[in-house]
Design a protein around this ligand. Sequence first.
Ligand code: ADP
Length: 292
Amino acid sequence: MFSASETDVRINKTRHMQDTRSEFDDLKKMNAELMEASKLLVRKDLELSRANDRLRELNRTKSEFISVAAHQLRTPLSAIRWVFNLLLEEERGNLTENQVALLRRGYESNQRMVDLVNGLLTVSRIESGKFKYQFEAMRIEDVIRQSLVEFEGQSKDRQVAIVFRKPKEPAPEVLIDKEKMRDVLQNLLSNAMKYTRPGGSVTINVSQKNPAEVEIAVKDTGIGIPSDQQKRIFERFFRAQNAVRLEPDGSGLGLYIVHKIVRKHGGRVWFESVEGEGTTFLIALPTAKRNQ
Ligand code: ADP
């Protein structure tokens, strides 16, 4: 015989054991579910990394294809340029004004194709990691001066003045790949000229805004960039609508390449623009001292 309180204790114990068993069962169930979920995660992870490998492989094949196609196109394009040159330089006396004008247009179209093919080759080199850099310390003013020489003819033909404002004190040296930085400047200058109407101007400014950086600004009084299209300007192949209207020919590759090159120098590139008023592209490059 048990007393009433002993019976209570037994009932409580039995309840407690039942509770513990059901908690244990719940835990077992949860554990099994967790095991299942983690197996699923491992499977998904494997599938994702396989898909990633496949995408990488496809990307590599695409870059290789572009590179081979661009190389193949270069040879016939050079031959065509040679023929146009020959006719324009040596046979010119035998041609009418009309024929010369037609040949000039052919020469310019061919040149645009050469530029496009070169742009594609550069992009495919950048994306496959084959774009090699050789850095040396130098003054950016020297590179700008050399680049500007190539725009003297264009400045006269297009009636767009070019002004180079050097800093009062020479800016500190920057660590750059000279050829690549020349490409950057040529791209910015050629855009500034291309998108500025006759009578406008392009001003290049070099300054030191802080001890660690040299800043280069290329400012034009051109068509500007519409505000709703500004955020896409460094994307591959992107061209704003007003630019396409003014200059139907263009690849939209220049600024993408500029951005990649400047970033490789540890620098920054950005712009300020008002449609119909003008655009300023700015580049900040770390000084050679900061890089050492
Ligand atoms: P492209 O000049 O061949 O179109 P870019 O990559 O050099 O290619 O430039 C991309 C776009 O950025 C241009 O099509 C144009 O819309 C805009 N852009 C670049 N520079 C200027 C500029 N100085 N003024 C106005 N728009 C510009």
